[in-house]
Write a protein that binds this ligand. Sequence first.
Ligand code: C5P
Length: 231
Amino acid sequence: MQADDRLIVALDVPNLLDGGNIVDQLGDSVSFYKIGLGMLTGGGLALANELKQRGKRVFLDMKFFDIGATVEKAVAGIAQYDLDFLTVHGDPHVVRAAVAGRGDSATKILAVTILTSLDRSDLDVCLIKDGDIQNLVVERARNAFIAGADGVIASPQEAALIRALPEAAGKLIVTPGVRPAGAALGDQKRVATPAQAIQDGADHIVIGRPIWQATNPRKAALAVINELASA
Ligand code: C5P
């Protein structure tokens, strides 16, 4: 069976040695990896570079948020690596700066709407305006698209609402919080299966622990690919 690049495997391990080990085990079954802040000090960028040399696609999950000038410089630095996806927070000034910093590189800028770990009481403490989280997520996605984002990160439960936005035409929706039927939820609360997430309009799904913590990661990845094939 061929790798399906709708599946992105999150390498949430501390360093490039552990990450490289998982990539070796997965072999040609996986073509797309996510590297996040947890591996930044453990050689994350070096592993990202190595994966590109090996013909893989790479999603660098940095979730940048700062004044525009700083975001622009940070993104310009990352853009030299020719990675595939890079995340920033979905505030319009951040997204505009990231798009400027990306310049001519093919790196797609994905906007984080509202972190799925936050609930309404967390947003209250952050002084985020009243309203149902789902509505705020859709509004932030719309604003991020208008500011030039190539796509958004959202929970699978929000994928269909975002996909229905006129501004979402031609944009990417990438969903973490995906669990194959029967897999442990871990700390994920609002989950969907791979097939459901794709049917609801996601272009890519991000799965971490159910694959890299599996006794046989390759078998776990192939089961997801099999499910995607029938979605
Ligand atoms: O192991 P699991 O499949 O839960 O990993 C999901 C990945 O997606 C992790 O890297 C996590 O940080 C990331 N993520 C998430 N929810 C978000 C944004 C990113 O779970 N809203």
